[in-house]
Write a protein that binds this ligand. Sequence first.
Ligand SMILES: Cc1ncc(COP(=O)(O)O)c(C=O)c1O
Length: 289
Amino acid sequence: MEGIRLSLPSPLVELHDERISSHGIRLFLKRDDLISPEIPGNKWRKLKYNISAARDEGASTLLTFGGAYSNHIRATAAAGHFFGFKTVGVIRGEEHLPLNESLSYAADHGMSLTYMNRTTYRSKTSPHVLEALKQRFGEFYLIPEGGSNSTALRGCAELPEEIGVDFSVICCACGTGGTLAGIAAGLRPDQHALGFAALKGDFLAKDIAQLQRTAIGRVLDNWSVDTEFHFGGFARRKPELDDFIFSFERLHGLTLDWVYVAKMMYGIYTLADRGHFASGSTVIAIITG
Ligand SMILES: Cc1ncc(COP(=O)(O)O)c(C=O)c1O
């Protein structure tokens, strides 16, 4: 696709760390964060086929939803900018000026921002709310909050085939669960996808099952979600997590995104210490952003 440079397949690099190798495990990082600075990681994988579907439908506008700090809003604005769509971002809550970094990036890339109070936002996909948005912005191609729909799963399902080493477990951080749902759909039957919830709550497994039912007609049994490592909930952090990020950066020169990726990586290290991964196994950790 034109106008943007995408590094695909994203690099796969082995992580050399005594805390992992002492358990007889090999750990590789799938550096999806390096796909593109504009549409990194799972954002690209989820948007790829949505962009082509919007084109096929003849849509000229992409509309999506998100919080004020949403990476997905920012990535959708970039997708519109580079692939020739108008974009509308429906933001939860009040407008706060000056715009934060994510929203000013979105606005600078041509996105029209509109704000929805939290009560209406809860029913954002109901027919009357969507109709009101159509009255205001014209016809649009709708991308759900977080970008997770059946079309997004198709893009995520392509990730495993890029991996040139034999592995038994592939890990990713979960928000809506779309990335995990799609990756699981791209695995061999003897491989397992392990998600780490970045939010509190036990809705994820149900949501992932529903995404797979809609996208592929059945729920696969080759995935699971660990809900232990949310560190207090979405966008919450604790000193243990900060210490982990700091030491990981010192050892490996990579600053982990603390909202999602660091929680997954902390989970992987903890599970490795507990003997969760069989000795001799190869584990892949997806750096989703
Ligand atoms: C960096 C990063 N990793 C993981 C996720 C979770 O992805 P998903 O919503 O598909 O579970 C997100 C959310 O968008 C993200 O920004």
